[in-house]
Design a protein around this ligand. Structure first.
Ligand SMILES: *Cc1c(COP(=O)(O)O)cnc(C)c1O
Length: 406
């Protein structure tokens, strides 16, 4: 794999002549060893680079491919992360950013201009909702929100000229599923670029580019780090989108990732598949347990047969139901808070995709910024909790939930 700036690993071995499994990419892709031959990926914690002479500086700036210039543009450790994630995702290129939100904003802002129209699934992360419904309109970009699991609504919305389609699937927190293939086909007929927020599924469970989407974005803060340490984001897509649209925007607006955070993430990617697979197993067991309890009105988890888009989810998400469970309680907010306060292992927190199981009350935290009407459209009531299932043993998690419910 080479990057847009032509960075080459310094080792003399030939690359394997067969297609590698994503797990092998997760350990090996992008690894660029220095002359010291270090085993683990090196941390290049520097902002700038030097040139051996004026002519080298001249040619480096003229043809920005042979020499790193400045860590706002690129950096060897960040490049290792970008190349590794691109290999796992099966994307031509990747640009890493300082947070998931800077990735989301840049992925759209580099495409749209005044007079353009954006269509998005209504159930989405609240900051993404703010970008599409409050910021883009300030710059003359109109929007329409569609019920994500309603194909007829997508067909209607995408009968008009549209520049970009933004979908989050599964949605946060209630795990609604959007048919990526169906929406991509409709979007391409009107010339729209399809961007998928793949945070909830992670690169392990869902490959939107293979389903017809054009661009994938991540909050790498979630499963990619998965250990609650760093904020980061990433945007993946074709060479054309990344080089012609995205990079001219990100280079000059500067949502860059820190090389230190990239170094943490390079190592996180090595274990991502194993972590996510175990979290999916744990989440499935917990969702089934919760569904059997009388205190719970409904459990939203794509791995359950009761989920309205169960069949689509299983097809689209590589047979895994996800790592996050939406829970609607019979009781009101005070009973839900009392349940949260009785938990002895699961932490009250607003992150997800973490090795530690975390419980969130979306109405008063992650989705607080939305009006009660918008929350209601997304199905978020004061009786709803989101449980991000971690890597503890499922038997302990079920014991914790049981004692808190009783
Ligand atoms: C967390 C999250 C984001 C934003 O990511 P940050 O890294 O917190 O900026 C975007 N979309 C979804 C679905 C998320 O869960």
């Amino acid at each position: 794999m080479s990057t847009p700036w032509g960075y080459r690993p310094r080792n003399n071995r030939e690359e394997p002549q067969w297609d590698l499994h994503p797990q092998t990419h997760a350990v090996r892709a992008g690894l660029a060893r220095s002359g010291f031959g270090e085993t683990s990926e090196a941390l290049y914690l520097n902002s700038g680079f030097t040139y051996s002479n004026a002519e080298e500086a001249f040619s480096s700036f003229a043809d920005e491919t042979d020499h790193f210039l400045y860590s706002r543009f690129h950096n060897p450790t960040i490049a290792m992360f970008e190349q590794r994630l691109a290999a796992i995702e099966g994307a031509e290129f990747c640009v890493a950013t300082g947070s998931g939100m800077s990735a989301m904003f840049a992925s759209l802002a580099c495409l749209v201009e005044q007079g353009d129209h954006v269509v998005a699934s209504a159930a989405m992360f609240s900051s993404c909702h703010v970008v599409i419904t409050e910021f883009l309109p300030k710059w003359g970009v109109t929007f329409e929100l569609v019920k994500g699991n309603d194909p007829a609504a997508w067909a209607k919305a995408l009968s008009k000229p549209t520049k970009a389609v933004f979908i989050e699937t599964p949605s946060n927190p209630l795990m609604e599923i959007v048919d990526i293939q169906l929406v991509s086909d409709l979007a391409h007929k009107v010339g729209a670029t399809v961007i998928v927020d793949n945070v909830m599924a992670s690169p392990v469970l869902q490959k939107p580019l293979q389903l017809g989407a054009d661009v994938v974005m991540y909050s790498a803060t979630k499963h990619i780090d998965g250990q609650g340490r760093v904020l980061a984001g990433a945007i993946l897509g074709s060479a054309q989108y990344i080089q012609e649209k995205l990079m001219p925007f990100t280079r000059h607006t500067g949502p860059s990732l820190s090389p230190f955070n990239a170094w943490v993430l390079v190592k996180s990617l090595e274990t991502m598949q194993m972590r996510v697979e175990r979290m999916v197993e744990n989440a499935q067991a917990i969702a089934e347990f919760l569904e059997s309890r009388k205190e719970i009105k409904s459990v939203r988890f794509p791995g359950l047969k009761s989920h309205p888009e169960h069949a689509l989810a299983m097809k689209q998400m590589n047979g895994g139901g996800g790592t996050t469970v939406g829970i609607e309680f019979v009781g009101d907010q005070s009973e839900v808070f009392a349940f949260m306060n009785r938990l002895k292992i699961i932490d009250i927190s607003n992150n997800l995709g973490d090795s530690k199981s975390l419980i969130t009350h979306p109405a008063s935290s992650t989705h607080r910024r939305l009006t009660p009407e918008v929350q209601a459209e997304m199905g978020i009531t004061p009786s709803v909790l989101r449980l991000s299932v971690g890597l503890e043993h499922s038997s302990d998690l079920i014991k914790d939930l049981t004692q808190a419910l009783n």
